[in-house]
Design a protein around this ligand. Structure first.
Ligand code: DHE
Length: 545
């Protein structure tokens, strides 16, 4: 199979576009559909199919499903495909019981219709959702609480549409804030005062950490579906701007850092890097702020281009467009923060961008569907500084040399491929003060693997890994649970893991002592519903990983 079942389920995570009204464009050549049928099919499409086939069905991980292709296939052929799946990775939606025969028939007819286009979301729409709850002049001029901000963990509570701010010192919840749905990431501002979180529904909360009780001081929606937010970090521009990328519409927006006032929207529609064909929905994946220049590094998924967006004058915006490879997704800096390492996941490559010289440093072949999160940097005993990624599609961990000065022969090459516990890895992590490399396998189909973590000694990689039963340590009840996203505390002596259960079941955060690899604490609370990503504010602020 080209795509693992874990990867398919991961891509079929649901889209807020399912709730958006869209126009039914009647195609006289397609099988007839009532408005009710069309709307039901459209909802199923955005829940299950859009992640792989795209909003406009131009294809990404999945094949294109535009009427020129689907009308030629016809209803009966499409029904077989949808019901039984395909060896190339299409899930067996019918035989798995997820869709009834009637729904399979409905979807086979639906994909022959002209794809309905969700509405655009421009400046007027953004302004209509923009709220400044506490204006900058009414905010404190110094920190008004006694929290150790550096060691707070902003923790996504995916299905309750909240984030929990957890005090890393006491392991107590400071507060739970209402946010957009399924917050994807949290990012700390350059000064460490502000926290930005973005929901799948493109709602951003700006949280002021200096308030007596940290709380939202501004909010906005920047689109209909999104995954990334970041804030300017270059000298002289600290906390000045925020940027958010969206999946739909395909665009990014630069905002005032302390109010979220939208200033400049830039569309990403355009030509693909390889075949140079027009793509109508190039989604914005990860965004990071350069430490070398006043630039944001914007990774555009479907066109495979990395945009170095110079924010020093946003009214005369200069953008360097770097050719990489299609399906750019997640990534992080190397240890010097000069090179940004980003996964072109369905291309099985990592692109290394030189943020100082504004060019591609390397395009490295790795394993199947790399998925680093922000990756992990450490000094390899033989190859010098390396950056690591795990994979969704195989069990390996790729180590890439990142030091073109002192270890030139290893730079931008996969110098080693470690064997891991299994495929379905989402995140891995280490810390400059640690000798451990922690690798999750959250999407592995075997519960014993998805509920435990593999840990390597980076000085003895040839010794293999130790397995720690994180979910077992949490002592939760029955039910599926996944262990994911290792995250260090500020000192680098503890690692936190989410044990992510269903919405109606108990979840937990498990804290492990990094040195002894033993259980240190289990954080449980009825309010900790579906915890996924956790972001230590200091490590996120300074890009330490
Ligand atoms: Fe993520 C990071 C997109 C599914 C949890 N995820 C990212 C980033 C992108 C992205 C573009 C990088 C943002 C950045 O750094 O600026 N994620 C997507 C998807 O398109 C995808 C495949 C399907 C979807 O429909 O969303 C997807 N992601 C998931 C999940 O199923 C996870 C496990 C739980 C969830 O919330 O749905 C999940 N993604 C995360 C987390 C990060 C992330 C925790 C940040 C990791 C970090 O350490 O930086």
């Amino acid at each position: 199979k080209d795509v693992s079942p874990a990867e398919m389920k991961y891509q079929a995570g649901g889209s807020p576009l399912e709730a958006v009204e869209m126009y039914q464009d009647i195609n006289p050549k397609a099988p007839s559909m009532s408005k009710t049928e069309f709307d039901k099919a459209r909802q199923i499409y955005f829940q299950r199919c859009a992640g792989c086939h795209g909003v406009l069905r131009k294809g990404a991980t999945g094949k294109p499903l535009t009427p020129d292709k689907t009308l030629a296939s016809g209803t009966e052929y499409l029904k077989v495909f949808i019901k039984y799946g395909s060896p190339a990775g299409m899930p067996n939606w019918g035989t798995s019981g997820e869709l009834t025969d009637d729904e399979v028939d409905l979807m086979a007819r639906y994909v022959q219709q002209t794809p309905p286009q969700p509405p655009e979301f421009g400046m007027a729409d953004m302004k209509a959702t923009w709220k400044v709850i506490v204006p900058p002049e009414k905010r404190p001029t110094k920190k008004m609480n006694s929290y150790n901000l550096d060691n707070i963990f902003s923790t996504t509570l995916r299905d309750s549409g909240e984030v929990a701010l957890i005090d890393g010192d006491s392991k107590k919840i400071i507060s739970i804030l209402k946010t957009g749905y399924a917050v994807h990431i949290s990012r700390t501002s350059a000064s460490g005062r502000y926290l930005y979180v973005i929901g799948r529904d493109a709602k951003i909360n700006l949280i002021d950490l200096w308030l007596e009780k940290p709380d939202t001081v501004a909010e906005i929606r920047t689109g209909l579906e999104a995954r990334s937010v970041e804030t300017s970090k270059y000298k002289g521009f600290e906390d000045k701007y925020a940027i958010a990328g969206s999946y739909w519409p395909p665009q990014f927006v630069i905002m005032e850092g302390d109010t979220l006032e939208p200033l400049k929207i830039v569309g990403t529609r355009g030509m693909t890097v390889d075949t140079q064909e027009y793509h109508p929905e190039p989604r914005v994946a990860s965004i990071v702020a350069s430490h070398y220049k006043p630039e944001f590094v914007v990774n555009v998924k479907e066109t495979g281009k990395i945009l170095m967006v110079d924010y020093s004058n946003i009214h005369a915006l200069k953008t360097t467009e770097i050719e990489a490879a299609r399906f750019l997704h997640d990534g992080g800096w190397d240890s010097t923060k000069r090179y940004f390492m980003v996964a072109a996941n369905q291309s099985n490559k990592i692109a290394a961008v030189d943020a100082k010289d504004g060019k591609l440093a390397g395009l490295i072949d790795v394993g199947k569907i790399p998925h680093p999160g922000r990756g992990a940097n450490f000094i390899h005993p033989k190859y010098g500084p390396v950056w690591a990624t795990g994979h969704l599609g195989d069990e390996t961990i790729a180590l890439i040399g990142t030091d073109p000065e002192k270890h030139k022969q290893y730079a931008w090459k996969m110098v080693e491929s470690l064997n891991g516990q299994g495929g379905g890895s989402l995140f891995l992590k280490t810390h400059p003060k640690s000798t451990n490399l922690w690798v999750d396998t959250a999407l592995n189909p075997d519960p014993a693997v998805s509920q435990s973590i593999a840990v390597y000694d980076i000085n003895k990689l040839d010794k293999g890994f130790e397995v720690l039963p994180i979910a077992k340590w949490a002592e939760l009840g029955e039910g599926a649970k996944r262990v994911l996203q290792p995250e260090y505390n500020v000192k680098g002596d503890e690692v936190w893991f989410s044990v992510w259960s269903a919405k109606n079941q108990e979840s937990a955060i498990v804290v492990v002592d990094d040195k002894t690899r033993t259980l240190k604490a289990v954080i449980k609370d009825p309010r900790l519903i579906t915890p996924t990503g956790k972001f230590n504010l200091y490590n996120t602020q300074h890009d330490v990983y």
